[in-house]
Design a protein around this ligand. Structure first.
Ligand code: AMP
Ligand code: GLY
Length: 432
């Protein structure tokens, strides 16, 4: 159906994840042209960018029609939950990403939990509240720490781990009484705090067919040694040594297969990627959450490890041709370090000039996130996370070494980074 250089592709989003997707499109033999919306300073150098925000559904659909787009790859969750894929379908435009019914699995943590419970997929015990008094009385008899989640999308900020009763009470009041998260916190989920190590499992799904991507691990906290507030992710590596063959088998049997079946049984025609956040506890792997899109920065280590053309994979999912798809993965390790602006995930400066490396070696990739084009082809900072610096290596230490050497060549005044990406696995010594 799609031949060499036949596809005009639109990538929706403006982060490091989307820059990695644009690079995969540019390298794909199937692709004729790529447009990003709204894009960033790096994508601006690699393809055309249309300054349409990722939540402007009407604007994106018009762009796709006007530019004769054959295939839309949706990066972030917001346009998915606003029904971008549904709207594209009405215009017979093919897209990678679920329609709004599938996106609800990320847009409502309560909907996600209900599905997990209904299909007996392992997850933490929890309770749902929409009014203060019952929530407060539940906290009287809870054990601590406990996790409190705003039901709706909250840009990664709606999950609070409360260390004690006092902190939990304050959080519940801020969500239900003071509406700190607006309508997203109209209902809350109070969840058992799971203890263990996390891993990210990405599953490409097309109805009842699925392909599991390589494992990866993110580093969510801002500070080294996993300290400070949660961020979108400060670095990632793949494969995750924590997930050996036996654990992968267990994750596949108890989580992946039941999740794919559950979603299909609910009548959701899911064609996209389900990114399952998993906590590996002493009682086995348990689901923390579903996301209905690629992780960021996980994508920046996953795509460089694929021998298979990622566009062919996403197209197979979008067109219902995923059964029997043969995914080939490179044996190398990949590690990505995020360079952020000081102050992130709180407020941070913008508009600083960036000095870039003079050359990027074959093993490396510099993915732009919060950047924009400045005068005379300069690059300016324009966000919290500025770059994802990825390197491949025969071993994890080699990938880490190479990534950090590249990081040192990217300069801007408020640059901050974690120097311990991959450290836990390097200590464990299972990388070689
Ligand atoms: P979520 O958006 O639900 O993935 O939550 C963001 C982060 O909060 C996760 O990646 C975990 O680090 C943490 N988290 C969420 N739920 C739990 C839980 N039940 N127990 C422990 N940590 C959790
Ligand atoms: N890195 C975690 C996420 O994309 O949600």
């Amino acid at each position: 159906m799609f031949t060499e250089k036949s596809l005009n592709v639109l990538v929706v989003g403006s982060g490091g994840r989307e820059h990695a997707l644009v690079r995969s499109c540019a390298a794909s033999p199937l692709v004729r042209s790529v447009i990003a919306a709204p894009g960033n300073g790096g994508m601006d150098q690699d393809c055309d960018c249309a300054l349409i925000p990722a939540d402007d559904i009407g604007g994106l659909v018009n762009l796709a029609v006007e530019k004769k787009i054959d295939f839309v790859i949706v990066g972030p969750e917001v346009p998915l939950s606003l029904g971008l894929v549904d709207a594209l379908k009405e215009k017979q435009i093919l897209a990678f990403g679920p329609e709004a019914d599938g996106a609800r699995l990320e847009a409502s943590k309560i909907a996600c939990k209900q599905l997990l419970l209904k299909y007996r997929i392992p997850t933490g015990a929890s309770a749902v509240f929409d009014s203060l008094a019952p929530a407060l009385s539940y906290l009287e008899t809870s054990s601590y720490p406990i996790v409190i989640k705003a039901d709706g999308l909250a840009a990664g900020k709606g999950v609070i781990i409360a260390e004690d009763h006092e902190a939990a009470t304050a959080t519940v009041r801020s969500m239900l009484e003071d509406r700190a998260f607006g309508d997203s916190g109209e209902r809350i989920l109070v969840e058992e705090c799971l203890v263990g190590e996390e891993t990210s499992i990405h599953v490409i799904i097309s109805g009842r067919d699925y392909v599991i991507l390589p494992t990866s691990q993110d580093h969510k906290r801002i500070g080294e040694g996993d300290t400070g507030p949660n961020t979108g992710g400060m670095g990632a590596y793949s494969p995750a040594g924590l997930v050996d063959d036996a654990l992968m088998q267990k994750i596949r049997e108890t989580i992946v297969v039941p999740s794919v079946e559950a979603i299909a049984s609910e009548g959701i025609a899911f064609r996209g990627v389900l990114f399952i956040g998993i906590m590996v506890t002493s009682d086995g792997p348990k689901v923390l959450e579903y996301n209905v899109r690629f992780g960021d920065p996980e994508t920046q280590v996953l795509l460089p490890r694929l021998k298979t053309d990622p566009v062919a994979l996403m197209l197979a999912a979008a067109t219902g041709r995923l059964a029997g798809f043969n995914l080939e993965v490179r044996p190398e390790h990949a590690l990505c370090v995020v360079l952020a602006s000081r102050g992130y995930p709180g407020s941070y400066p913008k508009g600083e000039t960036v000095t870039l490396p003079t050359a990027i070696p074959d093993y490396g990739q510099l993915f732009h996130a919060g950047t924009k084009a400045g005068p005379d082809r300069s690059i300016l900072t324009n966000g919290g996370r500025i770059f994802g610096v990825t390197a491949l290596g025969q071993t994890l230490p080699e990938a880490a070494d190479r990534a950090y050497r590249l990081c040192d060549q990217v300069l801007f005044d408020s640059k901050v980074l974690r120097r311990d990406i991959g450290a836990r696995q390097l200590r464990r010594g299972t990388s070689e």
